[in-house]
Design a protein around this ligand. Structure first.
Ligand SMILES: *[C@@H]1O[C@H](CO)[C@@H](O)[C@H](O)[C@H]1NC(C)=O
Ligand SMILES: *[C@@H]1O[C@H](CO)[C@@H](O)[C@H](O)[C@H]1NC(C)=O
Ligand SMILES: *[C@@H]1O[C@H](CO)[C@@H](O)[C@H](O)[C@H]1NC(C)=O
Ligand SMILES: *[C@@H]1O[C@H](CO)[C@@H](O)[C@H](O)[C@H]1NC(C)=O
Ligand SMILES: *[C@@H]1O[C@H](CO)[C@@H](O)[C@H](O)[C@H]1NC(C)=O
Ligand SMILES: *[C@@H]1O[C@H](CO)[C@@H](O)[C@H](O)[C@H]1NC(C)=O
Ligand SMILES: *[C@@H]1O[C@H](CO)[C@@H](O)[C@H](O)[C@H]1NC(C)=O
Ligand SMILES: *[C@@H]1O[C@H](CO)[C@@H](O)[C@H](O)[C@H]1NC(C)=O
Ligand SMILES: *[C@@H]1O[C@H](CO)[C@@H](O)[C@H](O)[C@H]1NC(C)=O
Ligand SMILES: *[C@@H]1O[C@H](CO)[C@@H](O)[C@H](O)[C@H]1NC(C)=O
Ligand SMILES: *[C@@H]1O[C@H](CO)[C@@H](O)[C@H](O)[C@H]1NC(C)=O
Ligand SMILES: [Cu+2]
Length: 564
């Protein structure tokens, strides 16, 4: 009898384990294919994963390793990137095309391993070649390890808030056309929340995303900015937002009435439903500072709808958002984010072995003979880091590095700007506009402590740039306006509780400084997450050499790496 009871209890225990972990999975199938979607009264085919837009949510616990089988059943080359997953010793399935892999061609398949380590909270995944990511993206939820509590009161429910951009025309055609003409790509026709533009757009009201809330409860918003080219402000009418995580790392709680988030950034945000039962708008629109730079100036909305007996207004009030060019509002928020460094895998690096200062610039290239170019003054738009406009090679850099294939890339990315001038002067000589072109990488020793200062410039035109690094999170130790001054600015660095993130917004007319430990061997892309700047060459690559021990060494590639 006792043993039967024990068996029964054991079975019960197994079931409870299953139900606890049933929301997470260790294997996913992602089928990339076209599907028909209607937005703004017009229907078109877009690339999706499993027919969903946004794509499926990956749910894991901290520290797990999972596999995603990616089938390409569309008509385009594709690669998928797991944004914010550090992938220790596993650049092979990181995803950026021609950096760590050749694309998965139509009809082909690639099994991608996702190695989660210290990430917790919310990150995301997206396509990483050309402009495919415009419709191919989704969220990644990372729960704490079993039996570890959250560092904030357990929310009553979790809700994705995934921002995107929608083009009425085929977005791949928008990209192709801009590459052909050298002009800036056409701006989007709508911003979206979870794929929906919201009530302010024609034909959109019935499908507007709704957050159904109960007064007194707390909601965990898993916020992802997967827009292509826009930093965003967002806010909920008459409610505060409390940020408790950013880029897959919990932060000290930060309560504000609006949030500023760039493409590539993710945030865990608590919304307390503490107002009168009613309908309220959640809204987002652009933060865009480039003088004369066209941008999608529309507002996307979702509705927060309280349960209860009341008559909702026919149109709830919109939250007030900062002006589109309010840098003070944006950076007032951005510079208030703080980590709890005890949660982070490495302390803030104090002794720096590798110092890098790089300009980040928009540029122009002369129009080749016989072509008509539609960039400024008949040129072609380009962009650069330290005056090198990155050229994507035709074999991936990781393969070339691992198998010693010559001629794919060059080492010696400059550690300092090749030419010093007043980077943030109001107007600069046109002779500075034209960058060099090349595929230059920085080689780092294993364990190097690296500091990078990103210096914005006003060449062609200044704007804020969200810079994203693959393979690492980094501490943002400082921001400033004007030209970075080595003898003055480091004295004000925050080496106590700087945010630990994977994307940093470099302010217009200013700079930002980051620090990280190069403890992840492999090939790692770094680029502006405004997609047009990435396409124009505001990119570079780090190669981190192997360390002494076998656990600090790049393993061989998986057997099914896509060929070029
Ligand atoms: C881009 O915009 C231009 C000007 O409005 C228009 O002529 C062109 O057709 C657009 N291209 C695409 C791909 O939408
Ligand atoms: C938002 O937070 C501010 C500052 O903490 C507080 O004064 C205000 O009452 C809060 N508003 C709401 C709606 O909770
Ligand atoms: C953006 O749109 C608003 C409202 O439609 C308008 O008042 C404002 O002038 C626009 N701003 C820019 C920079 O286009
Ligand atoms: C923002 O743009 C408006 C014009 O729309 C301009 O009047 C204002 O000076 C700008 N503000 C900043 C901080 O650049
Ligand atoms: C930094 O270097 C100094 C001098 O070499 C050394 O005394 C100190 O312990 C180092 N600090 C860290 C955190 O490694
Ligand atoms: C650089 O240009 C800015 C904007 O014109 C000006 O305010 C600043 O004084 C200049 N800095 C130097 C070092 O010349
Ligand atoms: C970049 O390099 C080109 C070619 O050497 C040069 O003409 C240009 O002035 C440089 N620009 C900057 C900002 O260093
Ligand atoms: C285009 O030409 C005008 C007139 O020479 C100049 O003021 C402007 O800076 C140029 N723009 C670019 C991006 O070359
Ligand atoms: C850098 O800062 C130092 C110390 O404040 C100052 O003496 C120096 O003039 C500054 N350099 C520039 C180029 O502004
Ligand atoms: C790797 O092995 C070395 C030596 O056994 C050990 O000190 C280190 O902590 C291990 N882990 C990593 C990530 O280097
Ligand atoms: C797809 O990728 C393959 C392998 O790199 C390449 O040869 C081919 O040109 C690509 N196709 C397109 C349409 O870009
Ligand atoms: Cu940029």
């Amino acid at each position: 009898m006792a043993s039967v009871k024990k068996l029964f209890l054991q079975i019960l225990w197994c079931f409870s384990l299953i139900s606890l972990s049933s929301q997470t999975r260790s294997h996913y199938s992602f089928v990339v294919r076209e599907a028909q979607y209607t937005r703004l009264c017009s229907t078109k085919n877009i690339l999706t994963v499993n027919g969903n837009f946004p794509g499926p949510t990956i749910k894991v616990h901290r520290g797990e390793t999972i596999f995603v089988d990616v089938y390409n059943k569309g008509n385009y080359n594709i690669t998928l990137h797991w944004h914010g997953v550090k992938q220790p010793r596993n650049p092979w399935t990181d995803g950026p095309a021609y950096i760590t892999q050749c694309p998965i061609q139509p009809g082909k398949k690639f099994r991608q391993k996702l190695v989660f380590s210290f990430e917790e909270g919310t990150i995301w995944w997206h396509a990483h070649n050309n402009w495919i990511r415009a419709t191919v993206y989704g969220a990644i939820y990372i729960y704490p390890t079993k039996n570890t509590p959250l560092p904030f009161p357990k929310p009553d429910a979790e809700i994705p808030i995934i921002f995107g951009e929608w083009w009425l025309n085929d977005v791949n055609e928008v990209f192709r056309q801009s590459m052909e003409t050298g002009a800036a790509p056409n701006i989007s026709d709508a911003l979206t929340i979870n794929g929906q533009p919201g009530d302010l757009f024609p034909c959109s009201m019935p499908e507007t995303f709704k957050l159904n809330v109960e007064q007194g409860k707390t909601y965990h918003l898993r916020v992802v900015n997967s827009a292509m080219n826009l930093i965003l402000f967002f806010s909920v009418s008459q409610h505060n937002l409390t940020v408790v995580g950013a880029d897959g790392m919990y932060t000290k709680p930060l309560t504000r009435d609006f949030i500023c988030i760039s493409p590539g950034q993710t945030m865990d945000v608590l919304l307390h439903a503490n107002q009168e039962p009613n309908h309220y708008y959640l809204a987002a629109r652009a933060y865009s500072t480039g003088v004369g730079v066209a941008f999608d100036n529309t507002t996307t909305t979702a509705r927060v709808e309280y349960s209860g007996n009341y008559t909702p207004p026919s149109s709830p009030s919109l939250p007030s958002l900062p002006d589109f060019n309010d840098t003070q509002a944006a950076f007032g928020f951005i510079t208030s984010l703080r980590s709890s460094p005890t949660r982070c895998p490495v302390p803030v690096p104090i002794n720096i072995t590798t110092q890098i200062v790089t300009t980040i610039s928009v540029n122009t290239l002369p129009c080749p003979n016989g072509r008509t170019c539609l960039g400024p003054n008949g040129t072609i738009f380009a962009a650069s880091m330290n005056n090198i406009s990155f050229q994507i090679p035709s074999i991936d850099i990781l393969k070339a590095y691992y198998y010693h294939i010559n001629g794919v890339f060059k080492t010696g990315f400059p550690r300092f700007p090749p030419f010093l001038f007043n980077f943030t002067a109001d107007s600069l000589p046109l002779t500075l506009n034209i960058p060099k072109q090349g595929t230059k990488v920085s080689v780092l020793n294993y364990g190097a402590t690296v500091e990078i200062v990103f210096q914005g410039t006003n060449i062609v035109g200044g704007i804020d740039h969200p810079i994203h690094l693959h393979g690492f999170s980094f501490y943002v130790v400082g921001y400033g306006l004007g030209n970075f001054n080595r003898s003055r600015d480091p004295m004000n660095f925050n080496l106590v509780d700087p945010p630990y993130v994977n994307t940093v917004i470099v302010p217009i007319n200013g700079w930002a400084a980051i620090r990280f430990v190069a403890n992840n061997p492999g090939v790692w892309f770094m680029h502006c997450h405004l997609e047009r700047h990435q396409s124009w060459g505001m990119d570079t690559v780090f190669i981190v050499k192997n360390g002494k021990y076998s656990n600090q060494t790049l393993p061989p590639p998986p057997p099914d790496m896509p060929p070029c």
